[in-house]
Design a protein around this ligand. Structure first.
Ligand code: GN1
Ligand code: MG
Length: 370
């Protein structure tokens, strides 16, 4: 992290106390995040400072309008449920001028949040119980925002989960082949093309009104839930930049894609990549127990489709970025995006062969909670 830039950002805030440390947090492929520690008379206090990646988010002001409205709504929802919102919801820390964003001397856009204390997030789920907790957390998130005025939300990344548009962009990238990589990805390109029709179903069901639009998180990886260091209970859902109007299937599906896999998102040994049915069942139970009554039948009936489509879509995005020469996702090796795509497609193939089992699990859980 660049010290001069950081100093110019810190000067924009009125943090009480003396800064004692700045530590970069490396989870996340998009934004740059760090933890700031300040010494105060009564002890130390931490904040989360993040630079918003404006290549991904073209209008950071709109991101912060969404985040402010959503966090205020969540705060009120927690209070009305008799919960203490402290440490359970992000709070935007305003700059000296009272603004939600601070621009550094290079024009980079930064924002600060309260730091969720005595908590951590998990990149790999350790047990079905733990994933059930994550399921309840995203289910509660969905239900606490069910009365949020959706028309107030900006599309921070337009067409974010528009799988059909993403397939069109992918075809354009294959045709351009700017990095000369299409030949190395021939098998994956064929894999995508074979699923073009099937994977457009959610978008079509939204357009024809079968699926309603809801306030959705849109990036429901398990590491976006902070859990209590001691009790393991979920405290706070974070990474709210992509909260937009979307389908509940996206949130269910993306959580399964990431958390119910037997391997990391970029595992290269594909023999290790499968869907773990126990994890799938535990998350479904958690999520559906909190949302069943708020969702319509078409949503409950298509949760499994959500898992398939989200796995496909992220794989497609990794593959597209590989073809484009790695312009979007942060990578650690030249073929990282291709490895990620292969891993997602292996997971999707496994889901396709266990689809009937997945449908049966969802069916039983839904019936139980309706
Ligand atoms: C990105 O914020 P982060 O790094 O958790 C991406 C998600 C992908 C995810 C894949 C704004 O999420 O859409 O699902 O990587 N976020 C954005 O790991 O594009
Ligand atoms: Mg994210």
């Amino acid at each position: 992290m660049n010290d001069t830039l950081l100093r110019s950002v810190l000067a924009g805030y009125d943090f009480p106390g003396e800064p004692t440390s700045v530590t970069e947090i490396k989870t996340g492929h998009i934004n740059t995040t760090c933890r700031l520690t300040f010494r105060e008379p009564a002890g130390t206090r931490d904040y989360l400072l993040q630079r918003i990646n404006t290549f991904a988010f073209h209008k950071p002001e709109e991101v912060m309008e969404n985040v402010t409205l959503v966090t205020e709504h969540l705060h009120r929802a927690l209070v009305s449920r008799g919960m203490d919102p402290e440490n359970r919801v992000l709070r935007v820390i305003p700059t000296r001028e009272g603004r939600p964003l601070c621009y550094d001397t290079d024009g980079g856009a930064w924002r600060a949040y309260n730091f969720i204390a005595h908590a951590h997030s998990v990149d790999a789920v350790e047990s079905p119980e733990q994933f059930g907790i994550v399921g309840r957390a995203f289910g509660d998130f969905q239900s606490m925002l069910s009365d949020f005025p959706i028309e107030k939300l900006h599309d921070t990344i337009p067409f974010f989960h528009d799988t059909i548009r993403r397939m069109d962009n992918f075809e354009a990238s294959v045709a351009r082949d700017v990095a000369g990589r299409a030949e190395c990805a021939a098998e994956e390109i064929a894999f995508v093309r074979a699923r073009r029709e099937a994977m457009g179903r959610i978008v079509r069901m939204i357009s024809d009104g079968t699926l309603p639009l809801r306030v959705t998180h849109n990036d429901t990886k398990c590491n976006n839930v902070m859990v209590d260091d001691v009790t393991g209970e979920a405290l706070c859902v974070v990474d709210l930049d992509t909260v937009m109007a979307g389908s509940a299937l996206y949130d269910f599906g993306d959580a399964i894609r990431f958390g119910a896999s037997t391997a990391a998102e970029d595992e290269r040994d594909l023999s290790k990549v499968r869907l773990d049915m126990d994890l799938f069942t535990a998350f479904t139970e958690g999520f559906v127990s909190r949302t069943a009554r708020g969702l319509v039948r078409a949503e409950l009936d298509n949760l499994v489709l959500g898992a398939l489509v989200m796995t496909f879509e992220v794989g497609l995005r990794f593959l597209t970025d590989y073809l484009d020469g790695d312009v979007y996702f942060r990578i650690e090796s030249p073929d990282h995006n291709l490895a990620r795509a292969k891993c997602q497609f292996k997971l999707l193939s496994d889901m396709e062969s266990h689809r009937a089992e997945m449908e049966a699990v969802v069916h039983d859980i839904v019936e139980k909670h309706l």
